[in-house]
Design a protein. Structure first.
Length: 260
């Protein structure tokens, strides 16, 4: 009987597997440490230390968790954005989120900001922010922004600032001092992996946003509404009806009346 090659022996295979796993873990740790260390200094939780900027980019998240409970991360983001506007640090809020059909982040964000006193004229909606990467790239390529304040949570801001700088955007981030510094383990782990993906995307894979479309000025309500339709039509295919368009029409007619 032929002897099994030494490299196929179970002990050697196990040792090799552990070595590979260890190297991958070190790689992941190094990427996260690098990304955080290069962006930490640009995250502020004190309003008085912030430089003024014309615009704040508010990154989307759902108003509710999967269990149906109010999402405290959403509430803190909207409060942070409203505080930036009320303090005069920014004059415009670009709110960017997803609208896959079963929920609409920009709509939820708009309603919350209006309830906190931000006027309709100071809010621009981006319906194609399907990811952090998409929101930031679109802020530059669609809305022409090169400098702004990012609004999200601290754990998320590291990655968002990293992506912004790679795309030639001068950005800082604001987080409310009342927020928890630590997030649930699953949330932290997901973001830990997302930072690795961000580095791979920016330096190796070079993806494009899910949808781009024509350039838009800030607060271009009619154009944003039309782009939301084009975006969803593009994603669903030309032969399928644009589900949800009637809801958009009702929503916008409702908030236009609210500002009269």
């Amino acid at each position: 009987m032929l002897a099994r090659p030494r490299w196929l022996q179970p002990r050697r295979l196990a040792k090799s597997a552990l070595t590979v796993i260890g190297l991958l873990l070190l790689f992941a740790l190094a990427i996260n440490a690098w990304l955080i260390s290069t962006t930490r200094a640009r995250i502020y939780d004190r309003m008085d230390l912030l430089d003024e900027a014309e615009v704040a980019l508010v990154l989307g998240t759902s108003a509710y968790t999967r269990s149906g409970a109010p999402n405290r991360l959403f509430r803190h983001r909207m409060l942070a954005a409203a505080e930036l506007y009320a303090s005069g640090k920014v004059q415009q809020l670009l709110i960017s989120g997803a609208n896959p059909g079963y929920y609409n982040e920009p709509q939820q964000m708009y309603k919350a900001l209006r309830s906190y006193g931000v006027p309709h004229a100071a809010i621009t909606l981006d319906f194609a922010g399907y990811s952090t990467f998409d929101s930031i790239v679109r802020s530059r390529r669609i809305f022409g922004l090169e400098r702004y304040i990012l609004v999200s949570q601290r754990y998320h801001d590291y990655r968002a600032l990293f992506i912004a700088r790679h795309n030639g955007i001068e950005a800082i981030a604001y987080v409310r001092p009342q927020e928890d510094l630590r997030q649930p383990f699953v949330t932290e782990l997901r973001e830990y992996l997302a930072r690795i993906k961000a580095v791979l995307d920016l330096f190796i894979l070079h993806p494009q946003p899910r949808y781009l479309g024509p350039e838009l000025p800030l607060n271009a309500l009619d154009d944003a509404l039309a782009q939301a339709a084009m975006c969803r039509d593009n994603l669903r295919g030309p032969q399928q009806p644009l589900a949800g368009w009637r809801d958009y029409s009702l929503f916008f007619s409702g908030y236009e009346q609210a500002t009269e």
